[in-house]
Design a protein around this ligand. Structure first.
Ligand SMILES: [Zn+2]
Length: 84
């Protein structure tokens, strides 16, 4: 039960972070690109990644957000990582 409460709190904090995070135009564009597209020039692959499997996390040097590139066909190719 406590775990559920904590997850709810984490979700709320993650949403707040996303609301505050302003994506730069290059990141905005990246989200529209195909799974196979290369990360834009400002994206550096994150050294520490919480992602499992074939997912890769990239941190933008311009706006500081983290984008995830997934090879999982059930997920979007590029997405804005939550809580990283
Ligand atoms: Zn960016």
């Amino acid at each position: 039960m406590n775990k559920d409460v904590m997850q709810t709190e984490e979700t709320r904090q993650a949403k707040n972070r996303i609301a505050r995070a302003a994506r730069c135009p290059a990141c905005q564009l990246q989200l529209c690109k195909a799974r196979e597209a290369s990360p834009h020039d400002g994206l550096k692959e994150a050294e520490r990644t919480a992602m499992q499997g074939a997912d890769r996390a990239y941190t933008c040097q311009t706006c500081g957000i983290t984008l995830v590139n997934s090879r999982d066909a059930g997920k979007p190719g590029w997405s804005h990582a939550k809580g990283i």
